[in-house]
Design a protein around this ligand. Structure first.
Ligand code: ADP
Length: 480
């Protein structure tokens, strides 16, 4: 086979049954040699027909100009033995390695052995077998595991789980880091054990979020924890989630001192989940002095989600609702009754929406509080605000990042004097919250601006060139 762009080849069946259990097609070693990428003589990727990307390997028993395909491959490419197919070299685009691959498993024949599959072991074996091979969504592949033959159907492929690429793609290449998620229908009788908690845990552990560019200092670990729990199920198709038998997280609680970035993070998470500003409400604002009005306010909060669930069902997008100062309306029932008994009704109202008979499946409620101890226990149980993440005061590294974030603009515009040592300021601001650090920057700025203003003549133009915020301004701000 000459190394031109399109090759006509004749389809053959597999030379031996053992060769059927892979994702490889076979051609003659000399064809392979002329087709393979220089330096990698044992494998090449090619389009077979219009749409089917396969990996090729050389085999002695195949004559030049032929390709051997197993029955599943032939079906996929819609060809039979003896047909001619066009074969084109497939050049993988950049970033073609799969991050997550969700597959369905079934027996080729209903077996009796190994009906229990260890997901971790199977992942390792599949990875070895399929490394650098391309899989396409919808593709079915045969393989052998511990003496039993299986078919795997590719359900969903994700190249990289970041905010721009979460919806899955058509095909990708198995790499060392590909994470397999296995599914098997109950009817198949296959039981999958040892499947990691979520497809996303691995991705987010390894993926470095550039939080600073999102305006969030410190809090890397917390952000990843929240995002992983909130995101996991978004990555999987709904029917897979149903078959997993576990329910998506519907509620989280972020708790910790005020001004530490809880709102900042929740807002960012909400945006990343569905690309738009999440709904933010505030406990005291929802409270109404009129009987029944607060319950109505809570109901209204869920109205959009309810409407979507009714009209769109499973296709509804996720509604992220951020509830700041949730303690204001969800204080322990009974104990802190304000005389009207109003709190019981509100807590029940909230619980009904996330956990009761009218429960919504398309909602993620992120509650926030400075007083976790004040919250009604019932709200924190599994199925409700079940993931609790503490957002503490920033450490020195966090404080430096926060200071960098809040001085970035002035630095970029040359308003920050070179003598300002943010590292030193971070060291001196133990126990400051993010909001307080932002306050320090504001205050330092006001000292600098003050120098430029003439109190006698407020109409005098400010000399922009001379605005410089100095280390002294910051030190003075710290004394406040
Ligand atoms: P919380 O919800 O925990 O009370 P916020 O998220 O509302 O705190 O923080 C208030 C403001 O303080 C933010 O808008 C931001 O300007 C600043 N801030 C707080 N924490 C951080 C942080 N970790 N990184 C950057 N800025 C922060």
């Amino acid at each position: 086979m000459a190394d031109s762009s399109v090759m006509k080849m004749t389809v053959k069946t597999m030379p031996g049954p053992d060769l059927a259990f892979t994702n490889l097609a076979y051609c003659s070693p000399s064809d392979l040699h002329s087709f393979a990428v220089p330096g990698s003589t044992d494998l090449f990727l090619a389009n077979v027909g219009e749409v089917f990307v396969l990996s090729f390997s050389g085999h002695e028993s195949i004559s030049d100009g032929s390709i051997a395909l197993n029955s599943i491959q032939r079906r996929h490419a819609r060809v039979s033995a003896g047909d001619n197919v066009s074969v084109t070299r497939f050049i993988p685009p950049e970033n073609f390695d799969l991050t997550v691959l969700t597959v369905d498993l079934e027996f080729v024949r209903k077996g009796t052995k190994n009906e229990q599959i260890d997901a971790t072991l199977l992942s390792t074996q599949l990875k070895k077998k399929f490394i650098n091979q391309v899989l396409t969504v919808g593709q079915r592949v045969t393989f052998e595991y511990h003496g039993t033959n299986y078919i795997l159907t590719v359900n969903r492929a994700v190249i990289e789980a970041d905010e721009n690429q979460t919806n899955g793609i058509e095909r990708g290449m198995i790499g060392n880091d590909t994470y397999f998620v296995f599914e098997a229908s109950n009817a198949s009788g296959i039981k999958i054990v040892n499947q990691r908690e979520s497809a996303t845990s691995k991705i987010f552990k390894e993926k470095e979020f550039n939080l600073q560019s999102l305006g969030i200092g410190g809090l890397g670990a917390e952000f990843i924890a929240i995002f992983r729990r909130a995101f996991t199920y978004r990555l999987l198709p709904r029917d897979v989630v149903n078959r997993l038998g576990t329910k998506p997280v519907k509620g989280m609680l972020l708790f910790g001192p005020p001004g530490t970035g809880k709102t900042l993070m929740a807002r960012q998470i909400g945006k990343m989940l569905n690309g738009k500003e999440p709904k933010i409400v505030n406990g005291p604002e929802v409270l109404s002095k009129y009987v029944g009005e607060t319950e109505k306010n809570v109901r209204d909060l869920f109205a959009d989600a309810e409407n979507d669930q009714r009209t769109l069902g499973d296709a509804s997008e996720l509604h992220v609702i951020i509830f700041d100062e949730i303690d204001a309306i969800c204080k322990s029932r009974g104990s802190t009754r304000d005389g009207t008994g109003v709190h019981d009704g509100i807590v029940n109202q909230l619980l009904t929406k996330i956990d009761g008979v009218e429960a919504l499946n398309n909602v993620l409620l992120i509650g926030m509080t400075n007083r976790k101890d004040m919250l009604d226990e019932a709200l924190l149980r599994p199925g409700r605000l079940e993931v609790h993440i503490e957002i503490s005061l920033p450490d020195e590294v966090g404080r430096l990042q926060i200071l960098q974030i809040h001085t970035k603009k002035m630095k970029d515009n040359s308003f920050l004097s070179p003598d300002v040592n943010l590292q030193e300021l971070a060291a001196r601001t133990k126990n400051y919250s993010g909001a307080e650090l932002e306050g320090v920057v504001k205050s330092a700025t006001s000292y600098a601006l003050n120098r430029q203003l003439s109190l006698e003549d407020l109409t005098k133009a400010v000399d922009e060139e001379n605005i410089k915020i100095t280390m002294d301004d910051f030190l003075q701000a710290l004394l406040e």
